[in-house]
Design a protein around this ligand. Structure first.
Ligand SMILES: [Zn+2]
Length: 101
């Protein structure tokens, strides 16, 4: 998977289309990502002790990484990611500005 934790991404489809956020979790096995403040669902948290009221909290739900584009920190554009090999090393590069990500 090309997207990594801490990447800034642009949402390109769904109800959060056009919004940006930081990847807080990348899940390569399922091809999903969790992005800060994106794809929020309300969830009731259980009261911690009896007599307390439960709270409603909003949590970010994982969604398909193909619904995002990485925002290149070098050129600040939503881009596709390519790979470059130099000897044994493999870099992620921005397809817009060709700089290492
Ligand atoms: Zn770039």
């Amino acid at each position: 998977m090309k997207i990594k934790k801490e990447d800034q991404v642009l949402i390109i489809s769904g109800k959060d289309k056009g919004r940006k956020g930081k990847v807080v979790e990348a899940l390569p096995k399922s091809g999903k990502v969790i992005v800060e403040n994106i794809n929020l669902r309300k969830k009731h948290s259980k009261p911690k002790k009896s007599g307390d009221k439960g709270q409603i909290v909003e949590i970010s739900i994982a969604f398909d990484a193909s619904n995002t584009k990485v925002i290149c920190p070098k050129c600040n554009k939503a881009t596709r990611i390519g790979y470059k090999k130099e000897g044994e090393k493999k870099f992620r590069i921005c397809k817009k500005c060709n700089q290492e990500l």
